[in-house]
Design a protein around this ligand. Structure first.
Ligand code: LFR
Length: 472
């Protein structure tokens, strides 16, 4: 029996899980969960990075002795170290407004095509490259570390840039699998701050003496670079049994797309705003960021409501398609009063705003399912890869109403689960690196409880609802 610690940091909470693997099965246990509460200081929205490090240390203590440790988190954000290895300022949250207008300026200067040919990324205002151009601490910076690389550095002292997360920066060349140093220089960014790349499965050092003392773990405990972008880890754990599958990594964001052997960098793909992020073993995560359950989470925060099951039950009872929104409208990106923004969107587009909470939730879920329908159709068309099943992984796999709508809207069977895909993918990459596992997806299929939703209603109502959305 081998045991791995998977540290998985999400936008609202972090968790440390232990994964026990006996070659036939993997068993996950959550040993510690802690809040991840962004803090606004001096008008800037920050991550509380020391609280996250604290949570990691407490979680590792709770985990007890393990064969290896791996860390994954959301992408694009980073910390900068000075020449003495000290953190320059607190990492800024990608939903902060400091990047307003930066992407537009860079696109005007360099051309969208140049950027897409190199990075292959969806044009999102918070991609690391645009954040760096809005970064006051850059002149003192010697090293850029993405969030999981920074936390790994604090555990082991090692410095490196794990590739799946590096691929979300806009400064990584998706064609060559190396940093795009030329592009950085053209933008006036110091390419010297980009650390050496490391592939998922490679060693990232052993615990520093003070970390060993804090956690009660032996200093010889190895830390392994996993697919450190949480979405990459989640895709690793998609329990697909065919190559013809799509996935929706469903949490705060919905990452909707395909796994491909090569990037798609065509003009059509750029115009459809698809991303080509790096996955395990050189695969490409060809996907689109759909705003996701964030909109529902912010509605609930605004209402002071915590009973998600009750809301979903109520939403299932109200009439369909009263109002539809484009979840990717930039109005929904920053934190704030989402019900008011949904109402404003409806008024702007000549629709009657949802009349209550259940109606609002129904509107959000139907609009997400519509976005999935459009995105998957585009992904298939642009990549030429056919799809016969949609795997929904992550917390959203628990949302039966949304899974049912997704099956209907796409006309495809939806297989929901695992819920803890990112932690599973994290642990399984460690296990594979140690030779304990060979076929990751087969092991997930054997171990996890999956629920299938067949596309029961016809697609016509969805096609009609889609016509009410702006063409993109
Ligand atoms: C999901 C995710 C997405 C990324 C967004 C911001 O947790 O990692 O893949 O686009 O967060 O980093």
């Amino acid at each position: 029996m081998s045991v791995y610690a998977a540290v998985d940091l999400g936008a609202s909470s972090g968790r440390v899980m232990t994964a026990r693997i006996d070659g036939e099965r993997i068993d996950l246990t959550e040993v510690h969960r802690f809040a991840n509460r962004p803090v606004r200081v001096g008008g800037t929205l920050h991550w509380d990075i020391l609280a996250l490090h604290r949570g990691v240390l407490d979680g590792l203590r709770a985990a007890g002795p393990v064969d290896s440790i791996g860390i994954d988190s959301w992408a694009v954000d980073y910390g900068l170290l000075d020449g003495a290895g000290r953190l320059i300022g607190n990492p800024v949250h990608y939903r902060d407004g400091r990047t307003a207008g930066v992407m537009e300026r860079v696109v005007a200067e360099l051309g969208a095509d140049t950027l897409y040919q190199v990075g292959g990324l969806q044009f999102l205002p918070f991609n690391t490259v645009y954040q760096l151009l809005a970064e006051p601490g850059l002149d003192r910076a010697e090293t850029l570390l993405m969030i999981p690389d920074l936390l790994t550095h604090w555990l082991t002292g090692s410095v490196g840039a794990e590739v799946t997360n590096a691929s979300t920066t806009g400064l990584y060349d998706v064609r060559t699998g190396d940093w795009a140093r030329d592009l950085a220089e053209r933008l006036g960014l110091p390419a010297g701050i980009l650390p050496e790349l490391r592939r998922p499965g490679s060693p990232a050092g052993t615990l520093l003496a003070d970390v060993a003392e804090e956690t009660g773990l032996p200093g010889t405990t190895p830390v392994t670079a996993v697919a450190s972008h949480d979405t990459a880890s989640a895709v690793v754990a998609v329990p697909a049994s065919t190559g013809r599958f799509a996935y929706i990594s469903s949490g705060t964001w919905s990452l909707v797309g395909l796994e491909l052997p090569k990037p798609v960098l065509t003009e059509e793909s750029r115009l459809a705003n698809f991303t080509n992020e790096g996955g395990l073993d050189g695969t490409i995560r060809y996907l689109r960021n759909v705003m996701g359950l964030w909109i529902l989470q912010e509605c609930m925060r605004t209402w002071g409501e915590t009973d998600v099951a009750g809301l979903l039950d109520a939403a299932a009872q109200v009439p369909p398609f009263e109002a539809v929104i484009d979840p990717d409208d930039p109005a929904f990106l920053p934190p704030g009063d989402m019900p008011a923004r949904i109402a404003a969107y409806c008024e702007r587009t000549g629709q009657r705003p949802p009349q209550g909470r259940a109606q609002t939730v129904r509107c959000v879920l139907e609009s997400l399912a519509l976005a999935y329908r459009r995105t998957l159709r585009d992904a298939v068309r642009l990549s030429g890869q056919d799809v016969e099943v949609v795997h929904v992984v992550g917390g959203g796999a628990r949302n039966a109403l949304l899974c049912r709508m997704t099956a209907e809207a796409t006309g495809l069977p939806v297989v929901a689960g695992p819920v803890e895909a990112a932690a599973l993918g994290n642990a399984l990459v460690q296990a594979r690196a140690q030779g304990v596992v060979s076929d990751i997806r087969a092991l997930v299929r054997q171990s996890e409880h999956l629920v299938t939703y067949m596309p029961e209603g016809g697609q016509e109502p969805w096609a009609r609802a889609e016509e009410r959305l702006p063409v993109r």
